[in-house]
Design a protein around this ligand. Sequence first.
Ligand SMILES: [Zn+2]
Length: 79
Amino acid sequence: MFRVTLSHLILIYMAVLLGILCFAWLVGEVIRFRQDNRKRRSMVVCDICGHSFEDPSERELLTCPSCGRLNERGKVREI
Ligand SMILES: [Zn+2]
């Protein structure tokens, strides 16, 4: 058996704790990215009136609930 000093034990503990925190942060970021991507995909902005609405379906042509015009699903511009 090899000898471990208290300072090495604390160092190993801190490294393991830091690794767990980094892993939890990474998993949280991946989940948040997927949720944002899904939300962005379902968001549609009308070309005529500018009304924004959500439609979770996968249809490419959507009717605007405000003006009734058909809109093509596309990317929502970032502000
Ligand atoms: Zn509209």
